[in-house]
Design a protein around this ligand. Structure first.
Ligand code: NAD
Length: 477
């Protein structure tokens, strides 16, 4: 068993003051694989002090220097990719063959993109005789979820360091192994003490202390909408800035019956990848009523052909879900869908045959779903797809927007004019059209209950900056 009872504070690994630990499970076999520290107030205060101490010097550092730091981190990150892949496969249960591209390489790209974006951002601008300058907001806490354990912390670390903010990372207590490797990477990159601190522990203890602290200026959070609400409330203690990336119930709108086979495949992958544990999962598939029979049979075939296997098997496409709690939550929603009158096309409740050990869920597709059903309104965060039919494009847009969330959406169609019209009409922070994926310089974030603020690229760095206007800075002729 791996033993990680230390926290990374002020450039060193130090024993957690609490002496308490949290067990980390392998979701593929339900066994304990590691122990991490369950940090307490003393750990949190030490990390905050260490970050506060270097706030001014980091804020005043040159952009060239920050680029150097990020470059060093990216180089070590690249060398440690195998370790990250193994860690994520172990504590998240992510299939080993999928983890590199979908989880680990993305983290590396966030560092590289931040370096490029530093040059794009205007940190100082003359307006008449005034200077408008942007500078680091100060000590920031980064609180991250369990579903993308390398790239979620990576995007936040890259943006905050690019801005010149010292940070305290509090990763998920369910999948913390990648963040421990990230701390080792940053230690090896040898950046000044206090610029990066890692505190492991429970959300309602360490996360709560960070969000209430008066010595932290910014919280960048990714996780559930319920936790985001608590953090926002706590942040009023000193009106710290919050950037919140939260849940979703994203629609995928198929506009016509061209390439129906490809569209069915895409619709399945957009919800089943990472066992459906993606904030941007396209969990509501909207299709024209007149193409439903053909679409259903294609989706059924594709879902039943998915390779649901142990994560360490190279052919595995889907692994278990992350925890017993997540398994139980998904079962609740599958039963709720049946109770409320949706029909199961494939899958259903219980464990798949042959995978009774581990938190494996049957990939499940519901048809005859009405948008007001619980399964179409609440985030399930599992391999559960709901297909909803529509008759007109206006109706499809109305259904797509009839949700408290607004993180992502997807539109597929041959007629680009219609695709554009639909894309512009959906209330979500990102819209992916015709499977053209987003590049990492684009802003990422949500409307409505899905979020406040944006991550990635220059928009992500801006979240960690304050704006100052100095009039009379320049002499006017
Ligand atoms: P979660 O809200 O339970 O936990 C997220 C983080 O918050 C963890 O580090 C946790 O320890 C911490 N936390 C928990 N309670 C806290 C509290 N009271 N105060 C401060 N911190 C606290 O979320 P999760 O279950 O880890 O992740 C799944 C959720 O994350 C889903 O809702 C998903 O949609 C969302 N998510 C969103 C995005 C996005 O970019 N919008 C990306 C990934 C995941």
């Amino acid at each position: 068993m791996l033993n990680y009872t230390k926290q990374f504070i002020n450039g060193k690994w130090v024993e957690s003051h609490s002496k308490k630990t949290i067990n980390i499970f392998n979701p593929a076999n339900e066994e304990v694989i590691a122990k991490i520290a369950a940090g307490d107030e003393t750990d949190v205060n030490y990390a905050i002090e260490s970050a506060n101490k270097v706030e001014n010097e980091f804020r005043k550092s040159s952009l060239e220097y920050r680029k150097e730091i990020l470059l060093k981190i990216s180089e070590v990150y690249k060398r440690r990719m195998e370790d990250l892949i193994n860690a994520i496969s172990m504590d998240l249960g992510s299939p080993i063959s999928k983890t590199k591209a979908s989880q680990v390489e993305v983290g590396y790209k966030h560092f590289v993109t931040a370096i490029e974006m530093i040059d794009k951002l205007q940190f100082r601008e003359q307006r008449g005789n005034a200077l408008v300058m942007k500078e680091a907001i100060g000590t920031s806490a980064l609180i991250t979820p369990w579903n993308y354990p390398a790239n979620q912390p990576a995007t936040k670390i890259a943006s905050s360091l690019a801005a010149g903010c010292p940070i305290i990372l509090k990763p998920s207590e369910i999948t913390p192994l990648a963040s421990i490797i990230l701390a080792e990477i940053i230690e090896e990159a040898n950046i000044p003490d206090g610029y990066f601190n890692l505190i492991n522990g429970y959300g309602n203890e360490v996360g709560d202390l960070l969000s209430k602290s008066k010595n932290i200026r910014m919280i960048s959070f990714t996780g559930s909408t319920d936790t985001g609400a608590k953090i926002m409330k706590n942040a009023t203690s000193n009106f710290k800035k919050v950037a919140l990336e939260m849940g979703g119930k994203s629609p995928l709108i198929v506009l016509d019956d061209q390439n129906i086979e490809e569209n069915a495949e895409l619709a399945v992958m957009k919800v089943m990848t990472n066992s459906g544990q993606i904030c941007t999962a396209a969990t509501r598939t909207l299709i024209p009523e007149n193409m439903k029979e053909k679409f259903y049979s294609l989706v059924k075939e594709k879902v039943e052909n998915l390779k649901l296997q142990l994560p360490n098997k190279t052919e595995s496409e889907i692994g278990p879900v992350v925890s017993q709690k997540q398994y139980d939550k998904i079962q609740f929603y599958i039963n709720k869908g049946i109770e409320e009158g949706a029909k199961i096309l494939t899958g259903g409740s219980g464990k798949p045959q042959g995978l009774e050990k581990g938190y494996f869920v049957k990939p499940t597709v519901f048809i005859d779903v009405k948008n007001n059903m619980t399964i179409a309104q609440e985030e399930i965060f599992g391999p559960v797809m709901s297909i909803i039919t529509y008759n007109t494009i206006d109706e499809a847009i109305k259904i797509a927007n009839d949700t408290e969330y607004g993180l992502s959406s997807y539109v597929i169609g041959q007629n680009l004019e219609t695709v554009r019209k639909v894309a512009e009409s959906i209330d979500s922070g990102t819209v992916e059209t015709n499977n053209i994926s987003k590049n990492l310089t684009l802003p990422f974030g949500g409307y409505k209950s899905s979020g406040i603020g944006r991550e990635w690229g220059d928009f992500g760095i801006e979240e960690f900056l304050e704006v100052k206007a100095i009039s009379g800075y320049f002499t006017t002729e």
